[in-house]
Structure formats: structure tokens, C-alpha cells
Design a binder for this molecule. Structure first.
Ligand code: WT7
Length: 671
């Protein structure tokens, strides 16, 4: 059982964890923030005079080409930070380190997926000097191919250094990137191109995943052919596709005039590329994430506030220093990859390690081999990965020397105390603090987290807010609830790295985040604060599931299912799952005359993978004659969740239109 036993309206927190782990004194002695008192003093300043605090930080931490006039303009729900200021992200991540001792330090160390243990993966190291050179060259390629400041560009690449190079090159010329995770389907790529009206796509012939090749370019070709219901091309704004040769796929079709090879374009440019000074509020990137309605939300972040948040959280939460080899295992397709593989570490002049492959290919000790080989000092990964390591057994990490590690982190979902303890003992040798970091695509940077030299930790709690963050737990009437009572997690004050909106849809932004609890940002998460003020996140309370650390909107999967011709109706709910946190269970009714079959079940799973991507494939599809509905026709998800979990049906069923439906559903689950 995980701790997040799926929250719903009357949020109940089941977890009573009393263990307390103080920061090891030898860790605190050299940490950036050495004590809880020091943290509390800085926190007090940050919330009592936020503008003074953030103004000071922005001045000390970032290189500006023009100073701002005003720290914050706040017209709820629209924030503008460092108004009137100008800066460039690539300058802050690269140029500023040139001519300093960091210039020849590794910025990125990368290892590709190995074919087998005796055929090691490729290795590449890029110093700050080299990365700067590559970014300038690729920025010139982007310009040569017609990309300008403010244009949108889709990045659909595997976990290779070029993904980071591409992101930074966009920032250098002020283009807005939207990275699409390589596991997403052609349809998802097309939807994102359409919504962002992107002009260009950066992709690769293929990427490697567990020995197989993911045909990224072919998906782009398919995406560019898809049409909407009126027969219009969905992704018609794309003028250029730049293709990286990664998998050496034979006979890759290249459309003349549209498709160009990355390496050929590079040979046509030099490495001189002045950085574009960008407005502090200029959009930096768009990332699509699931919401409770069918259509993914294009969350966008801007330049100055985001970068400041990324830099500060990276430094303080990971206690980053020059000697660290820091590894965040997230893919650049997620916000964690943006903030904590690329922008945060590089803004600090740190060394960020990137790995292309999966944790269990060719063998389940892949990560521990890497830790030993590169002397990784900080490891930041997801609870779902930790649970997988636990399942594969401690013999795998035990085979390797993990003594270089000094700090561990987790993100993505609540971590169950068993997994926390295992991570602490088996990976951290009972010596490394663990930072359980709560945040979201929307928040841009870490919001609730221990500071490793300062905050005593409790397994399963993200502990206390970062500087400037004012979280609160409230009830349905927006009133703060007493300690140890569950409620909705809201953020009371604007923070520099907050989302600035949903791309092209300011009304939906207001409605989704700012209408639930007046005057506050609503996170969608359930939470409890304990007697020490520690925050315990319980999980999502909207119709969004957290499957292996990824947000998946049930409505999105439902609309993919009903787009299949033989499906009449579909309802998707979560079922607690030991490995993934939650698993997706779909209840499907079929059109008259269509008979359920194992084949159809497989076709439906494939269909969802095609529409959204493999991460959204239902784990279980149950065919039903009818779905339980209220008299007014609303599907009673509460009951479906209980059926899916195989638990006894509890609670009120008097509003159910037809009681027999439920009986048949529970019976059919035994087949
Ligand atoms: C949702 C955000 C932010 C990077 C990865 C996910 C859940 C995230 C934690 C944590 C408990 C967590 C929340 C949040 N979540 N971190 N440490 N403890 N829950 O980004 O896809 O935007 O998802 O992930 O439910 O709202 P995301």
C-alpha cells in the first residue's frame, strides 16, 4: 500500500509516521544552509518582504542586460516579475561561466544506453566552454532555418546532449520551446504543434529504449499528415524539421524543402552567435500536462522569475557545489528535466549527468553501475523507480560502491515510508539526507522540501516550504483547517517561477487554478499539515491520476477510448498499485452488436497508446453492459473505484439509477 490511498472529497490521511531524521552534523557543517534557524530566518524575510528578498536575489544571482524597474506586478491571477528587466537564459547558464574556473568544468556528462554489459554505451562530456560553443552553433542553425524570437518550436528528441543543446539554443535566440516526451504518440505531437502553432520541429531519426529503436522522425512524419474533423492538416504551421542522426536508421524519408539533417546544417554555420536580450516576462517554454478535462494544458513559463527559481532551488535543495556530480534521472520531456537537468544546475555552474536508457537494461543494476563509475554525489529520482529497485532486490545495488553519494532526492508522487527507508538504508548507506520535493509543472520549481543541512526529515513528508512559498491547507469553504486535518493544498502568494498561464487560453487558466479557492492558487492536491507544520501530500483530488509519477487525466484516456468506433462509453479510474502508485482501470461499454473479446481489449489498449502514448495505456480494461450512473446521468466514479480496487462497495448507492448495474459489474470483475 502506498501512503496516497487516493484522496477524495473528505480527505483522510492514513499515515502516522513518527520517525525523525536529523541532518547528519557533518553534512550541515559544510551545507549552504546549516540549521533550521537559518532556514527559518531566511524564510521569514522571504515572506515578510518578498519584493525586497527577491529583488536582492535577482541582483545577486542573475546577469541582466537591463535592470528591472519593479520586482512584482500582481493582478491576480496574473503575475509579472522583474518588470522591465532584460536577460538571456543561455548567457546565465553558459557565457557567465566562461573566463571563470567553471569554464573547463564538465557541464554535461552523458552516457548512452548500452547494448549489453560488455558493450558499454557511448560517453560524452561537454565542458561549459564546449557546451557554449555547441549551443551558439546550433542557435545559428535555428536562425538559418528561419526561427526567430517568439516563435514556437517542438523538441521531440531522446535523452541525448543535443536535447539540452537544442533547449539552450532556443533560449539564446528567444524562441519558445515545447519539449514533447519521446514516449508520446504522433497524435500527441500533432496536438501540441497545433496548440502552440509551432513553426519547427527538432527530432532524431530514432532513440534507444531497452534495446529497441523508437522511431521519432516517423512519428513526426505521421503527425504532420494528421487532419482534424474538417480534413485540415492539424500541424500545418510546421515549415522545417531538423533531424538528428542518432540511430543510423536506413532509408529515412526526408521531405525536400522541409526536412534537413542536423549535422549538415551545423557544417554551414560558425560559432559566433550573440545572445538576444529577452524581456524578463518573455515566454521561455511551454509544457503540456494532463488536466481533469480531455485536452492537455499548455503551461507556459517566462524568463527571469523561472530562471531565478531554478537556480536558487537547485543550489539550496541539492546543496550544489563545484565538486558534485549531480544526476537527476528525469527525461527532458518533463518539467523535472527542464529545471533540474538543464536550467537549474547549469545556472549554478554545476555538473549535470544525463543518461539515455532505462534503469533495468541490460540489467537491473544500471543506475548503480553509473553511480560507481562516475562518482555520482547527488541522485534525484522518483518513488516509482525506488519501488522498482526494491522489487528487483538489494543484491543489485550491493554489487556496487555507492559511497560517492552524499544526498538523495525524490519527486513525482508521495513516497511511501517503506520506500523512503529502503532508499535511505540501501542506497544512501544511512548516511545521506533525503529531500522529498513537492512541486508541479505549474510551479516551475520545487515548492515544499527539506533543505538537507537544515531540515529534520520524516519519511513520507515533503516537510516545509521553500523561500517565498506560502502554502496552506484549506477546506471546501476556503477556510484554513486545523493541524492534522486533511484539506486542499493552496498557495497564498505569487512566486517568481509560477506558471504565467495556459498557452492561448487565459480564461481556462483562471478557471482551473484560481476559481476554486478565492485569492489562492489551487494545486489540485490533497494535503495535511502535522503538529510540527510539516506538509504531507496525500495525492490528487481532481480526476487526474498519478501513474508512475506522471499525471494522466482520466478524461483524456476516456476520450481516446470513445474515439474507437466500437466503444459507446468509457470511464477511467485509478486503482492503488504497489509499483506505479496508481494503475489505470477502464470500464468500457460497447456499441450494440459488438461483442467483447481479448482481441478487442488489446486493440483498445493499442488505440490509447496511438492516441496519447504508451504511458496512458490502461492496465486493465473491463467490458460492462452499463456504467453505474446517478438519476441525472452522472457516472458514479466513486463506485467504479471500489469495483476496480476489488474492495467492498461502501457508501451511499441510493442515487444509483439501476442497482443491478453494480451487481453485474462486480460479478464481471471475477471473470
Ligand atoms: C503532481 C505534479 C514536479 C515534477 C514531477 C511531477 C505530485 C510531485 C510530489 C511529492 C507528493 C508529489 C503531486 C503534484 N507530486 N511531487 N514530493 N510528494 N506528491 O510534475 O506531472 O506536474 O505532477 O505530482 O500530485 O501535484 P507533474
Amino acid at each position: 500500500m502506498t501512503a496516497n490511498s487516493n484522496a477524495s472529497a473528505g480527505i483522510l490521511s492514513v499515515l502516522h509516521e513518527t520517525r525523525l531524521f536529523s541532518p547528519p552534523p557533518e553534512f550541515s557543517a559544510t551545507a549552504h544552509i546549516k540549521s533550521l534557524d537559518h532556514y527559518r530566518e531566511l524564510y521569514r524575510q522571504s515572506v515578510e518582504s518578498p519584493e525586497k528578498f527577491w529583488g536582492r536575489q535577482a541582483e545577486a544571482e542573475l546577469v541582466w542586460s537591463k535592470r528591472w524597474d519593479e520586482v512584482l506586478q500582481w493582478e491576480e491571477p496574473f503575475a509579472r516579475w522583474f518588470v522591465g528587466g532584460q536577460l538571456n537564459v543561455s548567457v546565465n547558464c553558459l557565457d557567465r561561466h566562461l573566463g571563470t574556473p567553471a569554464a573547463n568544468r564538465a557541464a554535461l556528462i552523458w552516457e548512452g544506453e548500452p547494448a549489453s554489459d560488455d558493450k558499454p554505451g557511448e560517453e560524452r562530456t561537454l565542458t561549459y566552454q564546449q557546451l557554449h560553443h555547441e549551443v551558439c552553433r546550433f542557435a545559428n542553425v535555428l536562425k538559418r532555418n528561419g526561427l526567430k524570437a517568439g516563435d514556437r518550436v517542438i523538441i521531440y528528441l531522446p535523452m541525448v546532449p543535443e536535447a539540452a543543446i537544442a533547449m539552450l539554443a532556443c533560449t539564446r535566440i528567444g524562441a519558445i520551446h515545447s519539449v514533447v516526451f519521446g514516449g508520446f504518440s504522433a497524435q500527441s505531437v500533432a496536438d501540441r504543434i497545433h496548440d502552440s502553432t509551432a513553426k519547427m520541429v527538432l527530432t532524431a531519426d530514432g532513440g534507444f529504449r531497452r534495446g529497441a529503436v523508437v522511431a521519432l522522425k516517423r512519428n513526426v512524419d505521421d503527425a504532420l499528415k494528421l487532419t482534424d474533423s474538417h480534413g485540415n492538416l492539424l500541424a500545418q504551421t510546421v515549415e522545417k524539421v531538423i533531424v538528428l542522426r542518432r540511430a543510423a536508421l536506413e532509408a529515412l524519408p526526408m521531405e525536400p524543402g522541409r526536412d534537413v539533417w542536423w549535422h549538415e546544417e551545423l557544417s554551414k554555420v560558425d560559432a559566433h552567435c550573440p545572445a538576444e536580450p529577452m524581456d524578463s516576462e518573455a515566454p521561455l517554454f511551454i509544457l503540456y500536462t494532463s488536466g481533469s478535462t480531455g485536452k492537455p494544458k499548455g503551461i507556459f513559463h517566462t524568463t527571469g522569475g523561472y530562471l531565478l527559481g531554478a537556480k536558487l532551488t537547485s543550489r539550496y535543495v541539492f546543496d550544489l557545489r563545484d565538486t558534485d556530480v549531480y544526476w537527476c534521472t528525469a527525461d527532458v520531456g518533463w518539467v523535472t528535466g527542464h529545471t533540474y537537468v538543464v536550467y537549474g544546475p547549469l545556472a549554478n555552474g554545476a555538473t549535470s549527468f544525463m543518461y539515455e536508457g532505462a534503469p533495468n537494461h541490460p540489467e537491473p543494476d544500471r543506475f548503480w553501475r553509473i553511480v560507481e563509475k562516475y562518482g555520482i554525489t547527488i541522485l534525484y529520482t522518483a518513488p516509482t523507480a525506488i519501488r522498482a529497485f526494491m522489487k528487483w532486490g538489494e543484491a543489485w545495488p550491493r554489487k556496487h560502491d555507492l559511497s560517492s553519494l552524499r544526498l538523495l532526492g525524490t519527486v513525482g508522487e508521495p513516497i511511501n515510508p517503506e520506500a523512503w527507508m529502503w532508499y535511505h538504508k540501501i542506497i544512501g548507506g544511512a548516511r545521506c539526507p533525503i529531500v522529498d520535493t513537492w512541486w508541479q509543472t505549474e510551479t516551475g520549481t520545487i515548492m515544499i522540501t527539506p533543505l538537507p543541512g537544515a531540515t529534520p526529515t520524516k519519511p513520507g513528508s515533503a516537510t516545509l516550504p521553500f523561500f517565498g512559498v506560502v502554502p496552506e491547507v484549506v477546506d471546501d469553504q476556503c477556510q484554513p483547517v486545523p493541524r492534522n486535518t486533511g484539506g486542499k493544498l493552496v498557495i497564498r502568494k505569487p512566486w517568481p517561477s509560477m506558471l504565467r498561464g495556459l498557452w492561448g487560453d487565459p480564461r481556462r487558466y483562471e478557471q482551473v487554478y484560481w476559481s476554486d479557492v478565492r485569492g489562492s492558487y489551487f494545486t489540485g492536491d490533497g494535503c495535511r499539515q502535522d503538529e510540527d507544520g510539516y506538509f504531507w501530500i496525500v495525492g490528487r483530488i481532481d480526476d487526474v491520476l498519478n501513474v508512475a509519477g506522471h499525471r494522466i487525466g482520466t478524461a483524456e484516456v476516456e476520450s481516446a477510448l470513445v474515439s474507437y468506433p466500437s466503444v459507446a462509453e468509457a470511464a477511467v479510474v485509478g486503482r492503488p498499485d504497489e509499483m506505479k502508485g496508481q494503475a489505470l482501470v477502464a470500464f468500457v461499454t460497447l456499441k450494440t452488436g459488438v461483442r467483447p473479446s481479448p482481441d478487442l481489449r488489446q486493440q483498445l489498449r493499442d488505440h490509447v497508446a496511438k492516441e496519447i502514448g504508451a504511458i496512458a495505456k490502461p492496465d486493465d480494461i473491463r467490458f460492462a453492459e452499463a456504467l453505474p450512473k446517478t438519476r441525472s446521468g452522472k457516472i458514479m466514479r466513486r463506485l467504479l473505484k471500489q469495483v476496480a480496487a476489488g474492495t467492498e462497495i461502501k457508501g451511499d448507492t441510493t442515487t444509483l439509477e439501476d442497482l443491478n448495474v453494480l451487481a453485474r459489474l462486480t460479478a464481471s470483475s471475477d471473470e
